[in-house]
Design a binder for this molecule. Sequence first.
Ligand code: SAH
Length: 229
Amino acid sequence: MAFEGQEIKINNITYSDSFRQQGMRQKLIQELLNRGIPQGPVLEAIRVIPRHYFLDPVFEHQAYEDIAFRIAADQTISQPYTVAFQTQLLEVKKLQKILEIGTGSGYQCAVLCHLGAQVFSLERQKELHDKAVRFLPLLGYRPKLFFGDGFKGLPSYGPFDSIIVTCGAPYVPPALIEQLANNGRLVIPVGEGKEQVMTLILKDQNGQITQTTFDRFKFVPMLQKRVST
Ligand code: SAH
C-alpha cells in the first residue's frame, strides 16, 4: 500500500503524503536501524505509513523525530522506536488474531494491520476510540475497534495469538493471560512509576507461562476503574 498522491480528510483537516515526508520517514528508518531494529516487515510498515496523519497538523514537522507526542484526551502516540521494539517482539504473522490495549492515535494498530494481522484494539477514551473508528478505514485498514477496559480484555473474542499493551500496566492483568492462546505472545510494559519494564510473556503449547524482561520505556499509565465517556 502506498499513500503517495492520496489525500485524506478528517475533522476538516486534509492530509497528504509528500516526497519530503517520505524522505523524513526514510531518515527515521535509518535511526531505528542504528538503534538495533532489524530490516524487515516491521520497518517496512513504518516506512510506508504516514505517521504525520496521526498527529495534530501543528506537530506535523516533528512527526518523524523519534519521540512520543501528545494526542487528544491527554494521551500520547508512542515513540517510533517503542512501536518498532514492541512489534518486533510480537513476531506478527499474517492473519494472526492480535489484541491491542490502548488504541490511542491508531498508529500502532495501523502497523499491525499493515503486517496482515487481524487486529482487535481496545481504548478507554471515547474521543480517541471514535476518531480511530472514522480514521483508520480511510487509510484502508479495517481493525475491530472497541471502547472498553483493557484490564478485562475481550473475553468473547479470544483467544488471541498475540496481545500488545501500549500503556504502562501496574501489573499483568490476569484476563489477558487467560485470553492468550497456547504458543501466544503477550508484550506488556510493566511498572507503576514513570518508567516500565518491557516484558514478553510466552504461553507454551501446554499453557505454561514464561517471562522475559527487556529495557525500560515510558508509557502513559494503564488506568483502572471508570471508563470515561
Ligand atoms: N497504541 C497507541 C498508544 C496510545 S497511549 C498509539 O499508537 O497511539 C496509550 C493508550 O492507552 C491511551 O490512549 C489510553 O487512553 C489507553 N488506555 C489507558 N488505560 C487503558 C485501559 N485500562 N483500557 C484501554 N485503554 C487504556
